[in-house]
Design a protein around this ligand. Structure first.
Ligand code: ZN
Length: 355
């Protein structure tokens, strides 16, 4: 695994050694499909591969030569990234919901010209599942007629949304979630993250180091996480009106961004899974490592069966939302079914002066 040290992607040793071997044998495919969840490292691996193909050092990718540095800072003329938010002015990009045929045509034209400053042209298509059908068919022609010194790398979170004809032309590489310990170590060694924070981020990111690294560099991500979690914890002690209000708020967010609501549900699921783990004595495996005391305290107030029922409820709410059920109804049912904490404990907390 010595070579993998020069590849910046965190984990993914299987994918890295496959690509490294293909490069060494001169057997690299001209079209690749990297599949994995958001922030798992697809773009980093693609950039690393582009570096390996254009590196000026004896053992590519070195990461330090002129070419490697230009690629890392997105300033290399022969390495292009396209997707919804790149290639075009920002107002146009905002209103777009798919990668259009115009972008693919432009890429085709560029790919027919020889490399400008490097050894190999690399086109990275981020969010390939967002290619319009027209664009995907147009791309297919390019993939079917490979030309020298051009590599295409498609990145996707869901290959089932891509035409099978496109997938079949590509070398598939799946990028699985990375172990928390590995992410924690990288946060420590490369980003100098404080140990407690590195441990928390490595667990909150669920195997996707990109999120953990962003959160290590930008406090607002962790703040946003804490705000969302506090809001959810407030719901436990809220009356029906408070719960209805929150459900309505989430439902209206859902119409603007499904992703945000799914993130809230995921966060909620993490919390109740943690409660379950604490309840059965596996505190080492929890996600919210910074809130162990609160988890311990709350676990006292619930029976195991109640915790399991909430976990089932969150999962089924997520499924129903995916199947286009009425979001307000789904979220109301979810919020109303969250059990209150044990009465005796609540009394002690809320009315000590009468005791
Ligand atoms: Zn280099």
């Amino acid at each position: 695994m010595e070579n993998s040290k020069k590849w910046q992607v965190v984990g993914q040793s299987r994918a890295v050694s496959f690509l490294q071997r293909s490069l060494e044998r001169g057997a690299l495919a001209h079209a690749h499909l990297f599949i994995g969840p958001p922030h798992v490292g697809k773009m980093t691996l693609a950039v690393n591969l582009a570096q390996a193909l254009n590196c000026e050092a004896a053992e590519p990718p070195c990461g330090v030569c002129n070419s490697c540095q230009k690629i890392a800072s997105a300033n290399h003329a022969d390495v292009q990234v396209m997707g919804l938010t790149s290639n075009g002015n920002s107002t146009e990009a905002k209103s777009r919901t798919e990668i259009g045929i115009d972008q693919i045509r432009e890429m085709q034209h560029s790919s027919s010209l020889p490399p400008f400053e490097g050894k190999c042209k690399v086109f990275i298509i981020d969010g390939a599942e967002l290619l319009s059908l027209e664009a995907a068919n147009c791309l297919l022609k390019t993939l079917e007629e490979p030309v020298g010194r051009v590599i295409f790398i498609l990145l996707t979170t869901n290959e089932r949304l891509l035409p099978a004809t496109v997938v079949s032309r590509c070398q598939r590489l799946e990028l699985p979630p990375v172990a928390a310990g590995e992410i924690e170590a990288v946060l420590d060694s490369r980003w100098d993250t404080e140990p407690g924070r590195a441990k928390l981020l490595s667990r909150l990111c669920h195997g996707c180091p990109g999120w953990a690294i962003s959160a290590a560099l930008d406090d607002t991500l962790l703040q946003q996480h804490a705000e969302r979690l506090n809001r959810l914890l407030d719901i436990i002690d809220a009356d029906y009106e408070g719960r209805f209000t929150y459900a309505a708020e989430l439902a209206s967010q859902f119409s603007q961004s499904r992703r945000v609501v799914q993130e809230v549900l995921d966060l909620w699921l993490d919390w109740w899974r943690d409660l379950l783990l604490v309840k059965v004595g596996y505190s080492d495996a929890i996600t919210n490592v910074d809130l162990l005391a609160k988890l311990n305290e709350m676990a006292e107030d619930y029976r195991l069966s109640q915790i399991k029922a909430v976990i089932d409820g969150i999962q089924s709410a997520g499924e129903q939302l995916k199947q286009n059920a009425n979001p307000r109804l789904v979220l109301e049912v979810l919020m109303l079914n969250i059990p209150k904490r044990k009465e005796s404990v609540r009394k002690n907390l809320t009315s000590p002066k009468y005791g």
